[in-house]
Write a protein that binds this ligand. Structure first.
Ligand code: UDP
Ligand code: MG
Length: 314
């Protein structure tokens, strides 16, 4: 059996279409299937509509979370509850077309344990595209694992991978595509054209996107921490040499640019140096703060989602 996990947050405009297209595409999967819809605290008619699907179609199960926990926790809830031998993750706004899924499943049947989707084209604004592509390149450059470029959450994972993620990666801050890459196994990318959101507003606010990006960067890299050391060296070595020069200058009294030691106008140098160092110190403190904040969240060990109810056909 395959499980299709879809996080849903206020997608009333898309649900009917999503369900119809999934059902229409289902024969191409050549497998028994279940659709695991995770209701991430929707405030519109989404839950009502999903409940209706679940009541009349035994393929559909609805996992109702107790509030809005966010996209990544919702996915985590879905894969935890999924029962399939393969688990698919896709978005609820039809940006990941159900009609493409059979190509991914073919690769899974060939023996790949993770088949992730790689976007060839993004139908989004120029700046969003630029931001995404720089983020993925920065992440690839500094992270300790190989997170494939331009791959999102859309993927098929074998039961083995799902078990590794669900049972052995208890971290609270869940950057699922990073965890998936970390899990290892035989992985392969399959390209697809990412569609536009079928209807409705984007549910990821700018703030949530930044948070996701930071979770990815700080969760999978210690390079930012090392930045402090590098910057320290870069600033300290010339400063030391300059200091040494000034001491010699003061003791030996030779002229620099026609000035004797007492006349040296050093105010500008001092001020610029002070502000620069102050700025650098604050940035480094901020980076330390990012990690400490994350450590704090992790040690609290709170559940990263709370399941209120599971709705399925009796
Ligand atoms: N989503 C969610 N919880 C949230 C935000 C989004 O479950 O807090 C779901 C949303 O319903 C959609 C998917 O996550 O199915 C991706 O969201 P969206 O399309 O808004 O973001 P994109 O990744 O396309 O920018
Ligand atoms: Mg979307």
């Amino acid at each position: 059996m395959i499980s299709i996990v879809i996080p849903i947050y206020n997608e009333e405009e898309n649900l009917q279409n999503l369900y119809a297209r999934l059902t229409a595409a289902s024969p191409s999967w050549k497998e028994e299937y279940e659709i695991v819809l995770v209701d991430d605290g929707s405030a519109d008619r989404s839950l009502e509509m999903m409940t209706e699907f679940a009541r009349k179609d035994y393929h559909v199960r609805v996992i109702k979370l107790s509030r809005n926990f966010g996209h990544q926790p919702a996915i985590s809830a879905g894969i935890q509850e999924a029962k399939g031998d393969a688990v698919v993750i896709m978005d609820g706004d039809l940006q990941d077309p159900p009609e493409e899924l059979h190509r991914f499943l073919d690769k899974w049947r060939e023996g790949y344990e993770v088949v992730y989707a790689v976007r060839t084209k993004r139908k989004e604004g120029f700046f969003k595209k630029l931001a995404y592509s720089s983020f993925y390149r920065l992440l690839a450059a500094i992270s300790e694992i190989d997170i494939p470029l331009d791959s999102g959450d859309f993927c098929v994972m074998d039961r083995k991978v799902v078990n590794t993620i669900v049972k052995e990666m208890p971290e609270q801050l869940r950057f699922v595509r990073g965890l998936r890459a970390y899990a290892g196994y035989k992985q392969i990318g399959v390209t697809y054209e990412r569609a536009e959101r079928a209807a409705g507003e984007v549910k990821y606010t700018f703030k949530k996107l930044i948070e996701l990006a930071l979770d990815g960067l700080f969760g999978f890299s210690n390079v930012p921490l090392r930045l402090a050391t590098y910057l320290g060296f870069i600033i300290a070595i010339p400063s030391f040499l300059t200091g040494f020069f000034f001491i010699l200058h003061r003791i030996m009294g030779f002229k620099v640019l026609g000035h004797t030691p007492a006349e040296i106008p050093g105010t500008t140098t001092l001020t610029v140096g002070m502000y620069f160092l102050g700025g650098v110190t604050l940035i480094i403190l901020g980076i330390l703060g990012e990690y400490i904040g994350r450590i704090y969240i992790e040690v609290k060990r709170r559940p990263f989602f709370v399941i209120d109810e599971i709705i399925e056909k009796e």
